[in-house]
Write a protein that binds this ligand. Structure first.
Ligand code: PLP
Length: 455
């Protein structure tokens, strides 16, 4: 039924909010066309930018025009347990239905979506399914949820909600929400202090939308590179046809230090992107493919010459650690062979491009139009080259350790390379992260920002 109903998406104001007069004009326009408007869905906490439609204006328009007003508060609804945020739902008395997902921001595991309706008979009369075999003698006493939605059977979700509320209490849940909002504002302040970034929309809850003050492609590259690093994950949105990066505080135990680290990773990656744009404009796919092909042919022709240099056991430790991107994921069996075997190399390339495709697909599903394949391709090819070098270098270090030539420095080196916890001996690393307190500026060595293996 819904699929046959005409749907109109309305314009928002400069703060991405639906306003009453826009709704009123749309209703009039529909009526002029002989259509019968009957349902409005407003959002408290939009997915893209967490903006809040103005219920105080929309509500009365719906009541006057006899429209069913549904309020979608999937994410931000949980924040309404804090009185200081309830001003955002001013006008809620006009709503006929309201929905929030405690699995989004109230510590309930997936899935748990709660819906309230003002008049339940109005809902159930559209959905009643009552064949003989489903009838029972308690109809007038029990609420039969099979009349509340399309599926007849459903999972039992209320117990987990009950336990979370009991465990945390209202105050515990309020504390959790408030802490996320505070952290988001801290992140916002860090970005605002850096004039290479701009904040898009208002930061009201745990979401901060931002972009580099640069081209669409630079922003797309920044996000692709950040996500591919495996150190931080963000999802984009398109706002007024502009690519926007969304940073959301999600983890229950997130603390200031996480925010500082996240900002530092973003800041340093942004520097790399801005530098790359200056020195290396984005090349078209076919050119990159040709370059990759040529590199591959050269590699086969040169045999193991390059790899022998990297695998030289006598290579000094200092020359090894001074190479960029020392901290890398563990080696895979396929790249541990010192000599270049064309068949193995081809297999590896196939395997890697499959992994890249998978990773791309996973990211693309979130918001397909936000991903530019040209940029993803550009970054993955750079990664591909960089990874081979890094892995060969790791192998050389391991071999040197095994042969004793680096024994005196092994303990420190191992910690640095394979756990990344204490990085004090790598050039450019000033302090270990454990020593950093909230007010400190965090320094993440550039090496740690290198792109890691695709998921
Ligand atoms: C405002 C809003 N509504 C609805 C949804 C979708 O919720 P569900 O997964 O319950 O369909 C989201 C998810 O991000 C959302 O942000």
């Amino acid at each position: 039924m819904i699929a046959m109903v005409k749907l109109k998406i309305l314009e928002t104001d400069s703060k991405y909010r639906l306003r009453g007069e826009t709704l009123q004009a749309a209703i009039q326009e529909d009526r002029n066309l002989g259509l019968i408007p009957f349902f409005v869905s407003a959002t408290l906490g939009t997915t893209s930018v967490c903006s809040f439609d103005l219920l105080s204006e929309i509500g009365p328009v719906c009541t006057e025009n006899d429209l069913w007003l549904h309020v979608d508060a999937a994410y931000a609804g949980s924040a309404m347990i804090c009185p200081e945020f309830r001003y955002l739902m001013c006008g809620i008395e006009h709503a006929m239905s309201f929905n929030t997902n405690p699995n989004k921001w109230m510590l309930i595991n997936f899935d748990c979506s709660t819906m309230w309706v003002k008049d339940r008979f109005k809902l159930t009369q559209a959905l009643v399914v009552d064949p003989l075999y489903l009838q029972h003698s308690w109809t007038d006493k029990a609420i039969d949820y099979r009349h509340w939605g399309i599926p007849l059977s459903r999972r039992f979700r209320s117990l987990k909600l009950w336990f979370v509320i009991r465990m945390y209490g209202i105050e515990g849940l309020q504390k959790y929400i408030r802490e996320h909002v505070r952290l988001a504002k801290r992140f916002e302040a860090l970005l605002r202090a850096d004039d290479r970034f701009e904040i898009i929309g208002e930061v009201v809850m745990g979401l901060v939308c931002f972009r580099l003050k640069a081209s669409e492609e630079a922003n797309q590259m920044l996000l692709t590179k950040l996500n591919a690093s495996g150190r931080i994950h963000m999802v984009p949105a398109s706002l007024n046809d502009r690519f926007v990066i969304r940073f959301c505080v999600c983890n229950e135990r997130a603390i200031d230090r996480d925010i500082l680290i996240a900002y530092e990773i973003i800041k340093q990656t942004a520097s790399i992107i801005l530098q790359e744009i200056l020195t290396e404009p984005i090349t078209e796919n076919y050119e990159l493919e040709q370059m990759e092909e040529q590199d591959y042919i050269n590699g086969v022709k040169e045999g193991s010459a390059d790899s022998q240099t990297l695998f030289n056991r006598d290579a000094s430790f200092d020359s090894l650690i001074s190479l960029p991107n020392l901290i890398t994921p563990p080696m895979t069996a396929a790249v541990m062979q010192p000599a270049v075997d064309p068949m193995a190399s081809l297999d590896r390339r196939r395997g890697q491009s499959l992994a890249e495709k998978r990773s791309f697909l996973v990211r693309m599903v979130s918001d397909p139009k936000c991903y530019n394949p040209k940029i993803v391709r550009h970054l993955s090819m750079r990664t591909h080259k960089q990874m081979s070098q890094e892995m060969a270098r790791d192998l050389a270090i391991r071999q040197a350790i095994e042969h004793g030539s680096l024994r005196s420095r092994t303990a420190r080196c191992n910690t640095n390379i394979f756990s990344g916890n204490r990085a004090s001996s790598i050039e450019g690393v000033r302090r270990s992260l454990e020593e950093i307190d909230d007010e400190d500026e965090v320094y993440i060595p550039e090496q740690q920002i290198g792109i890691q293996e695709p998921m």
